[in-house]
Design a protein around this ligand. Structure first.
Ligand code: ADP
Length: 447
């Protein structure tokens, strides 16, 4: 591998570009016309414009991306997250062109991409799952029978869902018909697949996910868990590692469960196995077969550069990680900073008139912003990640508070004030929050 094309934008494109540069790989940036002045484009060795602003015509344009790789002689493509990172068809296309896809095989993306197949695979691999329907649910009668058996409330989910979209909670039998129809329609409209399935709706769980890496030859390790329970509309707002509620015994046990599963699968690359956790039990919800937004907190507590490891595995370099060498030091928290109104969450794109990042020990900012940069209105609103490491959770929170105070982003509205309020909250300080806490306790009080 000599030259890597980065098929993404924003902070993750920059993160990947930096890792490639550090190990002497040449880089190619691809960008839409709206991103010609993006930082990763300016810093890449080469860049290719692949289309107009709309993601469908640029970052999701498979042919344009493959052509860009061909004309620049890139021999590998890193998909980042979102966009084409979990699109089986794209991986197949990359493989067919003799280009290395930095990620798992198209077959593993396929079995983990569809959530019904993923749950089925998890069961076969010995991973505990949320109780629910066996496969898709098509008729109201089927849905009623399953809900009756599990007891209400239940949740109807899109098999091809993602980004927290396409989920309907059903509290009683008289809601099930309308919710099932709506879920099927929304699934078709959003994901082009009307298949839905049913799960027991857990009342007050936490979201706990394990970071894994495999080499495709049967070696695998885990890097501990992340707690991503702080969510709004099923989307993560702030993440921490390790989880304040998981014991070393639970970590060791679940770590073994996921590592054994990945060894059996001969999984290649980085992946995250996501669980809901309630009353001491773990329930698999899905696997992400790519690098994740919140990967830096794991890097902070383990000292491992996950993108570097990902690039090594993609190059089929000899495996050298041992589980006992992966140890945890201190505590890390990541705040996702969005270009949004901190109260209404309305998007707030526009020109950055002043930008000043916090610094000091244990402070990392992953962002592609710079003074004078204009945030285009076409893409995801996440513009920066503030990642803090401290010797323990309390010190980490104190450092986070101090860093949020130093962070200046002017010209647009951001969610920095929301994070500042969160650090001062007693429940957050005590680590006492579930996936529902932000919306049902914190934001309700604020309103
Ligand atoms: P997506 O791929 O859209 O992110 P997930 O299956 O990962 O969907 O679920 C996202 C979030 O939705 C979870 O973190 C949790 O907050 C909520 N959720 C999903 N399944 C359930 C369930 N069975 N019970 C309660 N909450 C759920």
């Amino acid at each position: 591998m000599k030259k890597v094309l980065i098929a993404n934008r924003g902070e993750i494109a920059l993160r990947l570009l930096r890792a490639c540069k550090e190990i002497g790989l040449e880089t190619v940036a691809v960008h839409s016309t709206a991103d010609a002045q993006a930082k990763h484009v300016l810093l890449a060795d080469e860049s290719v414009c692949i289309g107009p602003p709309s993601a469908a015509e640029s970052y999701l344009n498979m042919k344009a991306i493959i052509s860009a790789a061909t004309i620049t002689g890139a021999d590998a493509i890193h998909p980042g997250f979102g966009f084409l990172s979990e699109r089986e068809e794209f991986v197949q296309m990359v493989e067919d062109h003799g280009i290395t896809f930095i990620g798992p095989s198209s077959e593993h993306i396929r079995i983990m991409g569809d959530k019904i197949t993923a749950k089925d695979t998890a069961v076969k691999l010995g991973i505990p799952v949320v109780p629910g329907s066996e496969g898709k649910v098509e008729t109201v009668e089927e849905a009623k029978a399953i809900a009756e058996k599990m007891g209400y409330p239940v949740i109807i989910k899109a098999a091809s869902g993602g980004g927290g979209k396409g989920m309907k909670v059903v509290n009683s039998p008289n809601e099930i018909e309308s919710q099932l129809k709506m879920a099927q329609q929304e699934a078709l409209a959003n994901f082009g697949d009307k298949n839905v399935y049913i799960e027991k709706y857990l009342k007050d769980p936490r979201h706990i996910e394990f970071q894994i890496l495999g080499d495709g030859r049967g070696n695998a390790v885990h890097f501990g868990e992340r707690d991503c329970s702080l969510q709004r509309r099923h989307q993560k707002v702030f993440e921490e590692a390790l989880s304040p509620v998981i014991t070393p015994e639970q970590r060791q046990h679940m770590g073994e469960v996921v590592v054994n599963a990945m060894k059996k699968l001969k999984y290649k690359g980085l992946g995250t196995i996501e669980f809901l956790y309630e009353n001491g039990e773990f329930y698999f919800i899905e696997m992400n077969t790519r690098i994740q937004v919140e990967h830096p907190i794991t890097e902070m507590i383990t000292g491992h550069d996950l993108v570097f490891e990902q690039l090594r595995v993609a190059q089929d370099k000899p495996w050298r990680l041992k589980q006992e060498d992966i140890t945890f030091s201190g505590h890390a928290i990541e705040c996702r900073i969005n270009a949004e109104d901190p109260e209404t969450f309305a998007p707030s794109p526009g020109k950055i008139t002043k930008y000043h990042t916090p610094g000091g020990p244990g402070v990392r900012v992953d962002s592609a912003l710079y003074d004078g940069y204009s945030i285009p209105p076409y893409y995801d609103s996440m513009i920066a990640k503030l990642i803090i490491h401290g010797p323990n959770r309390k010190a980490c929170l104190a450092r986070l508070r101090r860093s949020l105070n130093e962070f200046v982003i002017q010209g647009i509205k951001t969610t920095l004030p929301l994070h500042a309020k969160l650090v001062d909250n007693e429940d957050i300080q005590n680590g006492d929050y579930s996936i529902k806490w932000l919306e049902e306790t914190f934001l309700k009080k604020e309103a």
